[in-house]
Design a binder for this molecule. Structure first.
Ligand code: PLP
Length: 412
């Protein structure tokens, strides 16, 4: 049985090669990238323990991102479901509307320290790209974003935001024209431009250093939540369920990090993957469907693949979850039985979006709507002393055209 060590951050529980639990992660990159990755690893290792850098990061988290984001009780939803209490960490209130701002801000600060003038990143839902374009503009960096052509069409509001911020958007026409192809093209670009350009991987995926930087950045979410829960309840309640959608896994890692050493009986982690349209065979849910281990984007992980090991195409109403792989950190959590993973279909996510927006004054995007769907399934079966917290990690505005098409109208 794989064990998680206590008092050591999960991102530091890998071996010399960046492998977690002897089987996930690593850094499988072309020779050209070995040196830039080594340099970035050394720089990050220095900066993360540098008091001045932490002060700088916290200054921007507070005064640019607007930390802390609210932690609120969803009174009407709780009453409607008639069981466990349902709360939300409204991360969509962060500047830009989603958790991707933490990773983008930290990466731009690192890029400045590395003396780089250009940043390049991938995006699916457009939030990673939008946030990178915002942070790049703020810190005076030139920004390029790779995005699947299918996602460019379905996430227009975020595409417009990137353009407004002066980012160059490179449409990706290969493969399924979604996130997986955007990440591949972005990494390919970096191979040829790594001397001048800093790479920003938009989730806790990719070669190990990018997994670490991203999870380290989003951990702000659970740092805040820990304080907020203690303020509200006087302590961390006896039974808590932290429910988060999972694409690459960055918001879930950030939401859970501080609670890692609690017993799973007290603080349970539930990850919700994208089941795609009802009965889809192309779902983007490797953890809840026992996918096999493979290598994608430079790291070993459970990944949707065919018999020959070729990466499978996926489909989901939410671009942000439409990804065949998953962070090695989540593979580790799954095998250590620290987190449970399940999935929600497109239809379930839409229904959850409808119910939450009808009863409450928050408007989750389709990614966190997957997490709300699980909360809606669980709450009625549980006692009112149990506290469910959903990470409402993105704002629905980016999905307004999809929602209008599927449900007939969209109101913010
Ligand atoms: C709002 C939102 N939530 C969730 C995700 C999924 O990514 P991750 O699992 O890295 O948080 C995305 C990705 O674009 C997103 O935009």
């Amino acid at each position: 049985m794989i064990k998680i060590k206590k008092n050591i951050l999960l991102i530091d529980q890998h071996d010399r090669d960046g492998i977690y639990a002897k089987k996930f992660g690593g850094s499988y990159v072309p020779e050209t990238l070995k040196k830039p990755i080594e340099d970035l690893t050394k720089l990050f290792q220095k900066l993360r323990y540098d008091k001045k850098f932490i002060e700088e990061r916290d200054y921007h988290f507070d005064n640019y991102i607007g930390a802390p984001t609210p932690f609120i009780k969803l009174q009407n939803l709780t009453k409607h479901l008639g069981g466990a209490q349902v709360w939300a960490k409204v991360v969509s209130d962060a500047n830009g509307g989603a958790h991707k701002i933490y990773n983008a801000t930290v990466h731009c600060l690192i890029a400045k320290k590395a003396g780089k003038k250009y940043v390049v990143g991938d995006t699916g839902a457009g939030y990673a790209g939008k946030m990178l374009s915002m942070a790049a503009k703020k810190f005076g960096l030139k920004c390029k974003v790779f995005m699947g052509a299918k996602d460019i069409k379905r996430q227009k509001p975020n595409v417009d935001a990137m353009k407004k911020n002066g980012a160059e958007i490179v449409p990706v026409y290969s493969g399924s024209q979604t996130l997986v192809d955007a990440v591949s093209e972005c990494m390919r670009y970096w191979v040829a431009n790594c001397q001048s350009t800093h790479l920003v991987v938009g989730s806790t995926v990719g070669p190990n250093i990018f997994v670490k930087i991203c999870a380290w950045s989003t951990a702000q979410i659970s740092r805040e939540l820990m304080i907020q829960m203690k303020n509200v309840f006087g302590r961390i309640p006896q039974r808590v369920k932290l429910i988060n959608c999972v694409g690459g896994g960055s918001s879930a890692m950030g939401f859970w990090n501080e609670f890692m050493d609690y017993s799973p009986k007290q603080v349970e982690f539930v990850g919700v993957e994208a089941g795609g349209p009802t009965n889809s065979k192309h779902h983007a849910a490797p953890l809840s469907n026992n996918a096999k281990i493979g290598i994608l984007h430079g790291s070993k992980q459970y990944v949707m693949q065919n018999k020959e090991g070729q990466i499978s195409e996926t489909e989901s109403i939410s671009s942000g979850l439409d990804y065949p792989g998953i962070s090695p950190l989540h593979c580790f959590l799954k095998d250590a039985k620290r987190a449970k993973y399940t999935s929600a279909t497109d239809e379930e996510a839409l229904a959850a979006y409808q119910l939450v927006t009808k009863l409450e004054d928050i408007s989750p995007s389709l990614e966190p709507s997957h997490a709300f769907s699980e909360a809606i399934k669980l709450a009625p079966k549980l006692k009112s002393s149990i506290v469910i917290v959903v990470n409402s990690c993105g704002d629905s505005l980016k999905d307004k055209f999809i929602i209008k098409k599927r449900l007939g109208s969209y109101k913010r």
